[in-house]
Design a protein around this ligand. Structure first.
Ligand code: FA5
Length: 350
């Protein structure tokens, strides 16, 4: 044992502690070296008291206690200092550097058909319509039979219809138009009724610039007392004026749909050439957008509505063609290709 063990332990400690600790590991090492219960130098001083001559033990004991207090006090201060530095460096690591360039979150854009659908919905909601929905996987009964299609009607042919299960009691199919929603809603809610039903439809068609096999329609159905073709025409005029932002002339060309009588294809005066003729309207001055008519009494009856009391009009408009007109792109197939260069050109909100 050195002559003055307390003095040399204290001197060594003061020197080491005076250099400070750079890390928690260094701190733990220092603390263990001097205060460790088993091998710590300070507890060692107390163990060595038995080697001190009996007369000096009292003085040795109180010096050892004073040394212990000094070491414990210095270790506590080092611990505080270390903790303060650790908190500071954590804060610095989390700090926001406001001079760094920002990271921009890339936002997707809405599909043009979605934009058109929402605009159509807004216009009809303002006119007092509500929005209805129906299944895309439907059956022959709703897609054809209750819509007054005779059993041998060519539209039921597999040329036009994707059948999913021909053996079902009423064959299952992908709906070929949104008109089956008319049947479901009128049966469920009865008259009077004023709805639109936007949705996806499927046809086994050969695809070209204006025909897709998967496309979108919006169905409209109004059943009230005293509804006539005049209401249908007025509704179209108002809709097109709101949609294209100016009064738009509408033309009705008589045609046959089994579920309306009379039936008409609806064409809007071409908004690009105001009827003068241009490539978009194939130089006719008119663009065919929808099928329409006054609801056939057989359809009203099939849905439990008295055709003597109520009459109605309905139409089904092609949303993809409306999108094509609005945005002036050349080919419907662009809507389905998922090419980001095309799709990212459209508005983020509508
Ligand atoms: C029908 O689908 C009838 N259900 C519409 C109807 C409803 C008539 C209510 C009477 C009363 P049509 O097959 O003509 O009709 O289609 C309606 C519209 O869908 C067309 O005017 C056109 O804009 C669009 N359309 C039809 N076939 C395609 C296709 N292959 N690709 C893109 N759009 C199409």
């Amino acid at each position: 044992m050195p002559d003055d063990p307390i003095g040399s332990v204290l001197a060594a400690f003061r020197e080491e502690a005076g250099r400070g600790v750079g890390s928690r590991a260094e701190f733990e090492r220092l603390k263990g070296k001097y205060l460790g219960r088993e091998k710590g130098l300070v507890p060692g001083l107390f163990a060595g008291i038995r080697d001190v001559p009996a007369g000096e033990r009292g003085a040795f004991g109180s010096r050892a206690n004073a040394a212990k207090q000094e070491v414990e006090g210095a270790i506590a201060r080092l611990a505080e200092e270390l903790q303060r530095r650790e908190v500071e460096s954590r804060r610095a690591a989390q700090a926001v550097d406001v001079t760094l360039p920002g990271r921009f979150a890339r936002r997707g854009s809405l599909h043009p058909v979605t934009i058109v659908r929402r605009r159509v919905e807004q216009i009809f909601l303002r006119m007092g319509y509500s929005i209805a929905d129906g299944p895309e996987l439907d059956n022959d009964r709703h897609n054809f039979e209750l819509l007054n299609f005779p059993p041998e009607h060519p539209a039921r042919d597999s040329q036009d219809t994707f059948f999913v299960d021909r053996k079902a009691k009423s064959p299952l199919l992908l709906r070929t138009h949104t008109s089956p929603v008319q049947i479901r809603e009128l049966t469920r809610r009865g008259a009077p009724l004023r709805i639109i039903a936007p949705g996806r439809v499927y046809r086994n068609e050969s695809v070209d610039a204006t025909h897709a096999a998967v496309f979108h329609q919006v169905e409209a159905l109004v059943v009230e007392r005293g509804i006539s073709m005049a209401d249908l025409k007025g509704t179209f005029e108002e809709f097109f004026a709101a949609f294209f932002g100016r009064p738009t002339k509408v033309r009705f060309i008589p045609t046959f749909f089994p579920f309306v009588e009379p039936g008409a294809d609806v064409a809007a005066q071409c908004p690009f050439c105001s009827g003068a003729g241009c490539p978009k309207c194939k130089h006719s001055g008119w663009l065919e957008l929808a099928g329409s008519g006054t609801v056939h009494p057989n359809v009203l009856k099939a849905c439990g509505v008295d055709p003597e009391e109520y009459t109605g009009f309905a139409f089904g408009m092609g949303l993809d063609r409306v999108a094509l007109l609005l945005y002036e792109f050349p080919d419907l197939r662009l809507l389905l290709d998922g090419d980001e260069r095309f799709l990212s050109q459209f508005a983020r909100e509508a």
